[in-house]
Ligand binder design. Sequence first.
Ligand SMILES: [Fe+2]
Ligand SMILES: [Fe+2]
Length: 292
Amino acid sequence: VSNEHKGARLQHAMDRLIHVSRANHYNVYQAFDWPDALPGDRPWMSPELLSLHGTEDAERLSDDQRLALSRCEACSFFSLNVHGIRELLLEVVKRIHAVGFEGESEYLHHFIGEENQHMWFFAQFCRRYGKLYPDKRLKLADQAEPDLQAFTVFARILVFEELVDHFNARMATDDALPALVQQLNRAHHREESRHIAFGRMLLVALHDRLRARHAPERLADLGTYLQRYMTASVQSLYNPSAYRDAGLPDPYGLRERLLAHPSRRAAHARMLKHTVDFLVKHRIVSDTELPS
Ligand SMILES: [Fe+2]
Ligand SMILES: [Fe+2]
């Protein structure tokens, strides 16, 4: 397929996404009921999504501890969304009118608008019902060349959105959770499906352009960078402050133990499977193994 043809296909797909985005636009500030308090006798996060799931530490939890953990991990997960969105918005805003992004500019306006709304409702949830946990995510170094840096920005956005969506998709339909938690996850899942569709197309197009300009070794380094980013993203789900707030002993020791646990490693591979398969298929990443 020629580059010209691919470009036309990308533009056509973006036009369609813009159309859907406009048709589904809603007033986020009036869309949800925010009760004064959420039920404490129901989980706020699906049990199989808890970071202790499948380990001996999970089996030792009392019922009260399990509920407290689900509340703290729900806030920790939503906080992660808030920080992740803010970071990616900063990068997208920098590029929305940059040379080379003329074709994407219109779509990116919608993207920014929708992400601002997501950031609002996730932060709102944390502040009302728990707390907004501070950003403790590992920062990876920037790339020296602007085109490589732009690629890693959109690659990080895609990885982050697909990882988060693994959680949103499940919690959107988990009837055991409070209605508001289901609604927020559903609203996010719906809009993220568009962002993910766009992100995948854009990433392939950007990588094609990089291939014409950079040595294979340089692109291989980029793949390694993305693998490290995926590992760092998954590790950010293990928040010692949330464990402490849930009343669990030795939160840092617990985090270390969980990160090394075989059933957690298998869970990480499942969370990232679609993303890794996509990156390998398009030769952006060379193998399916992730660094630990
Ligand atoms: Fe979002
Ligand atoms: Fe998004």
